[in-house]
Design a protein around this ligand. Sequence first.
Ligand SMILES: CC(C)(COP(=O)(O)OP(=O)(O)OC[C@H]1O[C@@H](n2cnc3c(N)ncnc32)[C@H](O)[C@@H]1OP(=O)(O)O)[C@@H](O)C(=O)NCCC(=O)NCCS
Length: 165
Amino acid sequence: MLTIRPATLEDLGAITEIYNEAILKTVATFDTEPKTLEEQEVWFTNHVPRYPILVVEWDGLIVGWASLSIWSDRCAYSDTAEISLYVKEEHRGKGIGRKLLEAIIQEGQKTGLHTVIARIAEGNEASIRLFASVGFTHIGIMKEVGRKFGKLLDVYLMQKIYNDD
Ligand SMILES: CC(C)(COP(=O)(O)OP(=O)(O)OC[C@H]1O[C@@H](n2cnc3c(N)ncnc32)[C@H](O)[C@@H]1OP(=O)(O)O)[C@@H](O)C(=O)NCCC(=O)NCCS
């Protein structure tokens, strides 16, 4: 049984484990070193309540998380957020990511955000298709802005504006 709910501090270990797996194995994040729980506590504290974090449980086990983060600390950007979405490797491809993505978009609307931005590394075609299918449009490419696993990477920018629907 699948449950999507707001994250609590008790979930931070599971969230961090999923994120660290992505840091070490994928270009989905441009972090390169695993995060400590202390660093994650700062990240968590900066989110609530305007910028939500959701977790998804599958039979009581946390198998993914999603968040909306402050895009910039300059105040005029306060209605803009950046999205993060991660599903544990062995649970991908079962529809969990799509449900979580739909849920975090709804949360952003509830908290009064105007727009959400996704930065997706080149080659992550599954994510580009997934985000497009929930109303994100392509707004540009930042060329060769990251280097991970010895390769220079472009970043594909996508955006959803809530009242465009
Ligand atoms: C991106 C991610 C969250 C998707 O989660 P998921 O649970 O595997 O996704 P779903 O099973 O809900 O599938 C969503 C869509 O992506 C497609 N998809 C998923 N995995 C795919 C793959 N490996 N290749 C091609 N398409 C894929 C599915 O076909 C599906 O489309 P559909 O609903 O029209 O069939 C997950 O792969 C992940 O955590 N990846 C690493 C982190 C990441 O890339 N995050 C996104 C950038 S912020």
